[in-house]
Design a protein around this ligand. Structure first.
Ligand code: FAD
Ligand code: SF4
Ligand code: SF4
Length: 414
């Protein structure tokens, strides 16, 4: 019999929480509050009893335990691994400063700026460095293009963009959302319970996501350079080159910098993501209107390049129209990608292998009696069918070992 999570404690305890913050918003901060737990992930802490109806809503909307793939009609460039695609583009933000400060080519930032400059939305909900603690990441509301630019580039640590989303919906104003694929999935889950999501959030934009690295990696970076978190004025993970260095500056002007490759490679040893990311069925944002990824041939940088580039997939007709309008208005410089979704297989090859391996990992979880998430319409079986038996066996045995060692188990916030 398949076990499912039954409350916040079993979601977190089984390693299924992603740290999106939606449950805090659904239950109210007086009942649930996100907090940072060792080794550096955000998790919900129950502060007061949660009524059964609210808990049921959390269990139906939490992206850690429910991922419902796109239910719309098939798109022209539908891909068995990467999902829907209406059009695929290669390019960068037209504004040099946007492109320079962004993670890759700055497509997400440029599109957010276009939406505000052209009055399509009243604000953009995204994340950025916390103003008083720049190693932490906080949810941000941007009402101007300049504010969107302040939140540009990757935050390689925990981020909970949805902590206030129900209060934001209550404002009755239109907004665009930029977040990770699972954050977008959380919003789509919420849309099934709250019609205001479809009314007020006309655009969702996302990244390709290999998983959230623990905050501990950032502390170790600072320690290597003799800095402490409480001294920081700036902490950034990408941008200022493509991909750009991890960079920190203290208030008294001391600086630390490591290249992306020094900081994060070899990826398997240094990235150290949370358990839930290892069984993520959607690393590339199938539920969003637009996905922007690094356009590195082969999927990894060879070093820093001065000018970043994105591969952008418009997943829906709304996303396609948005991209074309932003292009026309001069916010992007881009060409249709001649190879279509095959570009995703080249630049995101690591995501193909992850998706192929999920089935075996889920089987290992089932055999270990660990609560399983519910995945629908994300083609887990179809992706698995494209890999060899030995690949699945290796994944199954690896997952079984990790589960036996208890690597999935997490401290439940008290
Ligand atoms: C955890 C993580 C894993 C990644 N893994 C991959 C990968 O496997 N393959 C790949 O091609 N690229 C990966 N990236 C990089 C990301 O895909 C690029 O940022 C993307 O190409 C978008 O580039 P851009 O220049 O259009 O984005 P930008 O214009 O720089 O905009 C980035 C936007 O993402 C938002 N954002 C940044 N970090 C987070 C976060 N932690 N949570 C929620 N929102 C965030 C920012 O608020 C900003 O609005 C990863 C990024 C992150 C944060
Ligand atoms: S994944 Fe999001 S909604 Fe689910 S428990 Fe974690 S923070 Fe809450
Ligand atoms: S790998 Fe998947 S579950 Fe993990 S943070 Fe990225 S999108 Fe979310």
């Amino acid at each position: 019999m398949i076990r499912r999570a039954r409350d916040l404690e079993t979601i977190c305890g089984a390693g299924l929480c992603i740290g999106c913050g939606l449950c805090e918003s659904v239950a109210g901060r007086e009942a649930v509050e996100m907090r940072l737990v060792s080794p550096g992930f955000l998790r919900p802490r129950r502060k007061a009893p949660i009524p059964a109806g609210t808990m049921a809503k959390i269990l139906e909307t939490c992206p850690g335990v429910v991922i419902d793939g796109a239910a719309t009609e098939r798109t022209a460039l539908e891909d068995p691994v990467f999902g829907p695609g209406v059009s695929v583009w290669r390019g960068r933000a037209a504004d040099d400063e946007v492109q320079f400060r962004a993670a890759a080519g700055g497509a997400l930032t440029a599109l957010g700026m276009f939406l505000l400059d052209h009055g399509r939305v009243d604000f953009v909900l995204h994340v950025g460095a916390a103003r008083d603690a720049p190693m932490q990441t906080e949810a941000r509301l941007s009402f101007s293009a300049g504010e969107v630019l302040e939140g540009t580039a990757s935050r390689y640590g925990p981020a909970a963009p949805l902590v206030d989303v129900t209060a934001l919906l209550a404002r009755g104003r239109r907004f665009a959302f930029i977040g990770k694929p699972c954050d977008v999935a959380a919003l789509r889950n919420l849309a099934r319970h709250d019609p205001r999501v479809d009314e007020l959030v006309p655009y969702t934009l996302t990244i390709s996501c290999a998983g959230v690295p623990r905050q501990q990696s950032s502390h170790e970076f600072l320690a290597r350079h003799g800095l402490r978190e409480d001294e920081l004025e700036t902490m950034r993970y990408r941008g200022h080159g493509w991909p750009g260095p991890t960079f920190a500056r203290s208030r008294d002007g001391r600086e630390a910098e490591e290249s992306y490759l020094d900081m994060w490679f070899p990826y398997e040893q240094k990235w150290k993501t949370q358990f839930r990311c290892k069984i993520c069925p959607d690393h590339t944002g199938e539920l969003a209107d637009i996905t922007s990824v690094d356009d590195w041939p082969g999927g990894a940088p060879e070093g820093d390049e001065p000018v970043g580039r994105c591969l952008v997939v418009a997943r829906t007709r709304a996303g396609d129209a948005l991209f074309r309008e932003a292009l026309e208005a001069g916010y992007m410089i881009a060409e249709p990608a001649a190879e279509g979704m095959r570009g995703m297989h080249d630049t995101q090859g690591h995501q193909v292998r992850k998706k192929q391996g999920i089935l075996a990992r889920l089987v290992a979880m089932f055999l270990a009696g660990v609560p399983l998430p519910r995945y629908r319409r994300v083609r887990v079986l179809r992706a698995a069918a494209t890999a060899h038996t030995m690949f699945h066996l290796r994944n199954l045995l690896g997952a079984r070992r990790r589960l036996r060692e208890g690597q999935h188990r997490e401290e439940v916030p008290q």
